[in-house]
Design a protein around this ligand. Structure first.
Ligand code: TEU
Ligand code: CA
Length: 567
């Protein structure tokens, strides 16, 4: 019998631990809070969890600045709590992958504190230290989060390199001791039972050893400005399409990463059924399909504007052409770094239907779907009120650079709101009660709770409402798990030039499912040339008028699925 890897049929759910569930009323989510919600997640149809960093951290980048790779953040719980989480997840037949941050540590990590203490310290070479040139940084490289990528240390009079915040110094992966230690970390968590890792920012692990300066007439902060003006439909921004490559090309995607992935894969393969999913969109990271990463994220499915049939179809074609056959990519529309899709894909009038379509897209394409906590109840972006509530240092970095450039507070703050990832990280809305049931009344939560919990955007009220987003999610997740062709079937396009609807078959030798997704506010008529009779699996339209497989009449924004009878 063919052994299908567990994750091929999984539906993943990202838990952002700080914002998920607060069990002890300190305004911060924690592990016992997660455990208490596992039954909820199981009932929703989730089969696997991705947990954002749970390690001790000064939380300058909400845990993506790890201070102790062997620990659990005290505000999240204890090692025993974590072990219990792993057990409770497994008892429910679910899987758990954790976040592994390989590129950098926190500047509060003991390794960096030692490294920084003197030029002779044995851990000096664990990080990337260099002399300046004429009191200037070693080269013109910038941090992706804005400003120079080099930070001067006055004690030892050298610069250290950081691709992200200055509180996130990059490890020197050309030092074998770093690799040995990190592989130890990997074994430590695998021994504890985690089912694999989401590998953070893996394209950034190595830099060009020749330190080739970039040739740009703009700064990293201009990329933020460019994105902001583009979001506001001002298309006069001067940056070229390849701006990111021109800016950061020498700081990412170095060839040595493949050898490292092969070694990491060998470590993970010492354990049965564990996986590595890279936070990157590059088929090369999969090696020959067996020797590097198991999968990567299909970030190119995401966009800022509402999804369209052409967008999704073209993305599918691109994936089919660029990834080897049989590879499962991970499809993701929501995560802790991006604007929430309920806001992003909504036209302001049909957001609810557009969010339903986004989910249907995720669940019917041949890929492993990843959901993000809160999307199942239609949570939207929520802006903080004032600068002192901002928790995302990326946004603060931008704020400081712009203020130093002389722009007024009010104007820059408006930009900060749009850039700040805080908007999509607000606490999970469990009930229509103070603090949305995330924390007890009267507690100040780590980020403000969106007030729309009082307008039905909460789990408790949606549980009992048959037409809620939550119950739609539940229904669609169950449908996918009970329809083998949606998991394993090949995708065959129908009506391939229809610009309103994406229509396709998912087909295994045993089952053929017809899927039709109308991304527009107009009814659409589609001819497919299919001769078979069909049996309705699901339609989001109250009265589906699709009469036969050969002629589909789709309602505005309709999601339509049917099984074709074998001739
Ligand atoms: O993100 C990597 C990354 O490339 C981000 O810069 C991303 O493009 C940005 O957040 C978009 O707004 C990972 C984590 O997902 C992110 O939360 C961390 O801040 C970053 O690594 C550093 O660890
Ligand atoms: Ca707590």
């Amino acid at each position: 019998m063919k052994h299908t890897a567990w994750w091929h049929s999984a539906i993943f759910y990202q838990i952002y631990p700080r914002s998920f569930a607060d069990s002890n009323g300190d305004g911060i989510g924690d592990i016992l809070g997660i455990i208490a919600k596992l039954d909820y997640l199981q009932r929703l149809g989730i089969t696997a969890l991705w947990l954002s960093p749970h390690y001790p951290s000064p939380q300058i980048d909400v845990g993506y600045d790890v201070a102790d790779y062997y620990g659990v953040a005290p505000e999240y719980g204890t090692q025993d709590d974590f072990k219990r989480l792993v057990d409770e997840v497994h008892q429910r037949g679910m899987h758990l992958i954790t976040d592994l941050v390989l590129n950098h540590t926190s500047d509060q990590c003991a390794w960096f504190i030692e490294s920084k203490s003197s030029r002779e310290n044995p851990k000096r070479d664990w990080y990337v230290w260099l002399d300046g040139i004429d009191s200037q940084p070693p080269n013109n490289w910038e941090s992706q989060f804005g400003g120079s990528a080099w930070e001067f240390d006055p004690t030892t009079r050298q610069y250290y390199y950081h691709y992200f915040l200055k509180e996130q110094p990059d490890l020197n992966w050309r030092n074998p001791a770093v690799k040995a230690e990190m592989f130890n970390v990997v074994r430590y968590w695998l021994d504890m039972g985690v089912d694999g890792f989401r590998l953070d920012a893996i394209g950034t692990i190595f830099e060009d050893p020749l330190l080739t300066p970039h040739q740009c007439d703009f700064k990293a902060v201009d990329l933020f400005r460019y994105n902001l003006s583009w979001l506001q439909d001002q298309n006069d921004a001067p940056l070229p399409a390849d701006a990111y490559t021109r800016m950061f090309g020498h700081q990412v995607d170095q060839p040595e990463v493949h050898e490292l992935f092969c070694e990491l894969r060998a470590v993970v393969d010492e354990y049965p059924d564990r996986i590595l999913i890279g936070e990157a969109f590059d088929p090369a990271y999969l090696g020959d399909g067996t020797n590097e990463l198991h999968s990567v994220f299909n970030f190119s499915l995401t966009r800022e504007e509402p999804l369209t049939a052409d967008w999704v179809r073209n993305n599918h074609r691109k994936i089919t052409q660029s990834f080897p056959p049989g590879v499962k990519v991970c499809n993701i529309l929501n995560h802790h770094d991006g604007s929430r899709s309920f806001t992003r894909y909504g036209d302001g009038v049909h957001n609810f239907q557009q969010a339903q379509l986004a989910l249907a897209t995720l669940l019917t394409l041949p890929a492993v779907p990843f959901l993000y906590n809160g999307e199942e109840i239609g949570m939207s972006n929520h802006f903080v009120d004032s600068l002192d509530q901002v928790r995302d240092y990326l946004a603060m970095s931008y704020y400081q650079l712009e203020r130093a450039a002389g722009r007024p507070h009010e104007e820059v703050f408006q930009d900060v709101l749009r850039i700040s990832r805080d908007r999509n990280r607000t606490p999970m809305q469990w009930a229509n009660s103070p603090n949305a049931g995330f924390s007890p009344a009267g507690i100040t939560t780590w980020l403000p709770v969106s007030p729309n919990y009082a307008e039905g955007i909460n789990v408790e009220e949606q549980e009992v409402n048959p037409t809620s987003m939550l119950n739609f999610y539940r229904q669609m997740l169950a449908l996918r798990q009970h329809t083998p062709a949606l998991i394993e079937g090949a995708l065959i396009e129908m009506a391939a030039d229809n610009t309103h609807a994406f229509v396709f078959l998912r087909q295994t030798p045993e089952q053929t499912v017809l899927v039709a997704l109308n991304y527009t506010a107009q009814p659409v008529h589609v001819e497919t040339a299919l001769k078979q009779e069909m049996q309705l699996l699901f339609s989001s339209a109250s009265s589906s008028v699709a009469s036969s497989a050969s002629e589909l009449h789709l309602h505005p924004f309709e999601i339509f699925l049917a099984v074709l009878k074998q001739p």
